[in-house]
Design a protein around this ligand. Structure first.
Ligand SMILES: Cc1cc2nc3c(=O)[nH]c(=O)nc-3n(C[C@H](O)[C@H](O)[C@H](O)COP(=O)(O)O)c2cc1C
Length: 186
């Protein structure tokens, strides 16, 4: 699939991946698309961290589920009901880190990076889900060592993550766009 509008209209949040590997070249292409995102004053207040080793993704998943079980039983139950994993058996994880000292719009800029990532993935036939809940393992004092291992530079913090993989089974329908949320003025 390569038509941009078709890609935008058919992307959906995949929550059941088959775990099969994504070629390195494809992963790099997706991340490169993230780096192409526009940003306020072209400051590019981000880092894009690709975790391409599935064993590492699975280890982070296990760490997150254990943390949820200990700290947030409601969320833990929700994830157990959704299949018992935090990362849905994804093959790769992309972490978008934001620059804390950016004068404006770092969060917004990282959001645009994220849109580029998921749309580039779709264009390359890779399924994805934006994943704020990855914060369970990547936010807070206790994740400092992990962030260092993942290469977070000083002054950067977790913004959002994107899980990548190939859907297990049929593609799902994306959400129905709500036309009530569109205001057209003559
Ligand atoms: C900022 C943000 C954070 C999200 N965090 C999660 C998450 O932690 N776990 C998850 O399963 N989906 C997450 N999603 C996916 C949304 O639930 C999903 O995009 C939404 O339900 C619309 O469905 P669609 O993407 O299939 O159109 C997140 C999406 C966004 C934009």
């Amino acid at each position: 699939m390569s038509d941009t509008l078709e890609v935008i209209k058919t992307r959906y949040a995949c929550r059941d991946f088959d775990g099969s590997p994504i070629p390195d070249e494809t992963l790099r292409e997706i991340c490169y698309a993230g780096l192409c995102a526009p940003s306020a004053m072209n400051r590019q207040p981000w880092r894009i961290i690709l975790v391409k080793d599935k064993a590492k993704v699975d280890a982070l998943d296990a760490q997150g589920m254990a943390k949820l079980a200990a700290t947030n039983p409601t969320a833990h139950k929700r994830m157990m009901d959704r299949g018992g994993t935090l990362f849905y058996n994804a093959s790769a994880l992309v972490v978008v880190a934001k620059e804390l000292d950016a004068p404006i719009a770092a969060e917004l800029d990282c959001g645009i990076v994220t849109a580029n990532l998921v749309l580039a993935a779709k264009a390359l036939a890779v399924d994805s889900v934006v994943h704020g809940f990855a914060a369970v393992v990547l936010e807070g004092e206790e994740s400092a060592e992990l962030k260092q291992q993942l290469g977070f530079p000083e002054g950067f913090d977790f913004a959002i993550a994107v899980l990548l993989g190939y859907a297990s089974g049929e593609a799902k329908a994306p959400h129905t766009p709500d036309l009530e949320k569109f205001i057209e003025v003559g």
